[in-house]
Design a protein around this ligand. Structure first.
Ligand SMILES: [Zn+2]
Ligand SMILES: [Zn+2]
Length: 439
């Protein structure tokens, strides 16, 4: 048994042996969460954690040091956790250890890109960078954990902290779901930092928030030959050209114009000489849609069009959707009831004019895997202070976090989870034995 497992074992024992908590049917204890999150013992601590993670970015399912840092902070806070979950994931528990359960999620992975901005805590790993803000997401969830732990006796149920690996195309959320980590959880909340939204504001919507995405790759094979005698060859470059044009007709001619969809061919490889017809060409791209049905329809038609159009030019084609390496990500669909709930909590934390709506985005977010199995809500957290500086978009090599946003994320996480448990207790009194107590 490693150190982690011993600590785990001990903490879970003492956790469940804790004395009966004093339940409060009022949410008044949550009203000071934002002020608390701005206090140095929470704010400076979050900033420090975020900078450490930023300096040491790790790719999906390789977040070993990040995971170790999270576990070490949870141990210091005396918060029990499960590890490993989905390779590098960590799941912490605050509250009674009993139902109801509500979850908060932070992703942990970085991107394969070089940080080009220069600052004191820039990435120390060449070619890797936290350019999507997942370092800040981890720090904010730990901030929420610290605040909630200080108020644990008021929490009538259990807050489940999900530190998830591999959001950037690796399907980390799917792995968390597949290992059963969300069983018996009533709802899950997640956030993403947004460099275009003002600091202190949030933006979200009910229903479709982010598109589903899938990749495709096709190899179109002909017969190589001399460029000057094309009738002795079968030209896959011409076939690939027609395939790409035909693929663009799927959205423009076959999709409902009111149902947003995208087919983009972003990759084409084939040929290396001016006077040679190559044997084959590989193309690849991405598909975006806001419903599973539209996504499946596009996938089916993409395969038919590629194979059929290649055959017109006497070529063979094989199509793959790369589901093993880069799994299909469902659309992010926010639960209607949680939208109302989120708006009321966010308004009380931030103020009525700080809670905004937003258009659906064609980008995708693997938080959607959770929303496929339990009610989930995803929102954008503002961080730009326009009078100080402009912030670059996510995945830019100059991406920057405004660390002043950290207390807002931490306070929202803490308030959303604690109040949700209070609400569940008010709406449906917990009956002993009615639920399976095991997570
Ligand atoms: Zn990203
Ligand atoms: Zn992200």
């Amino acid at each position: 048994m490693g150190l982690d497992k011993w600590v785990n074992f001990f903490m879970i024992l003492s956790f469940f042996a804790a004395t009966t908590p004093i339940f409060s049917d009022s949410s008044s204890f949550t009203s000071k969460f934002l002020d608390l999150a701005k206090e140095p013992h929470v704010f400076d601590w979050m900033v420090d954690i975020r900078r450490k993670i930023h300096e040491n970015p790790e790719m999906g399912f390789e977040e070993f040091k990040t995971s170790e840092l999270i576990r070490s902070e949870l141990r210091k806070l005396e918060i029990p956790y499960k590890y490993p979950v989905a390779i590098t994931g960590v799941i912490g528990y605050i509250g009674t250890g009993k139902p109801p359960f509500v979850a908060l999620r932070a992703d942990m992975d970085a991107l394969l890109m070089q940080e080009l901005g220069d600052w004191e805590h820039k990435s120390k790993v060449p070619g890797k960078m936290h350019a999507c803000g997942h370092d800040a997401h981890v720090a904010m969830l730990l901030g929420a954990a610290k605040i909630l732990k200080e108020h644990e006796k008021y929490i009538p149920g259990t807050v489940v902290l999900v530190f998830q690996p591999a959001e950037e195309g690796g399907g980390g959320a799917k792995k968390i779901v597949d290992v059963g980590a969300l069983q018996n959880i009533s709802a899950i909340f997640g956030l993403h930092v947004a460099p275009h939204i003002p600091l202190g504001e949030v933006a979200s919507r009910s229903g479709p928030m982010g598109a589903g995405s899938s990749l495709f790759e096709a190899r179109i094979s002909g017969k190589g030959g001399h460029a000057a005698i094309p009738h002795h060859a079968i030209d896959p470059i011409l076939a690939a050209s027609n395939v790409i044009v035909s693929l663009q007709h799927l959205v423009s001619r076959e999709a409902d114009p009111l149902d947003s969809q995208v087919v983009t061919v972003g990759k084409i490889q084939g040929g290396g000489a001016f006077n040679v017809i190559p044997d084959s060409v590989t193309i690849g791209g991405t598909i975006r849609a806001f419903s599973k049905e539209s996504m499946m329809q596009l996938r089916q038609r993409i395969e038919q069009v590629i194979i059929g159009q290649a055959a017109v030019q006497r070529c063979n084609a094989t199509v793959s959707f790369l589901d093993k390496e880069k799994p299909y990500i469902p659309p992010t669909i926010n639960n209607d009831d949680l939208h109302e709930y989120f708006q009321s909590v966010a308004t009380s934390v931030l103020g009525v004019d700080k809670v905004k709506g937003t258009q659906p985005m064609m980008g995708s977010e693997d938080f959607s895997f959770y929303q496929e199995v339990i009610p989930g809500y995803f929102f954008l957290l503002g961080m730009v202070n326009a009078s100080v500086e402009h912030l670059e978009s996510a995945h830019s090599p100059y991406f920057k976090i405004n660390e002043d946003a950290l207390p807002y994320g931490a306070a929202l996480h803490a308030s959303l989870s604690a109040r949700y448990l209070l609400k569940l207790n008010r709406d449906v009194p917990v009956v002993e034995g009615k639920y399976n107590d095991e997570l």
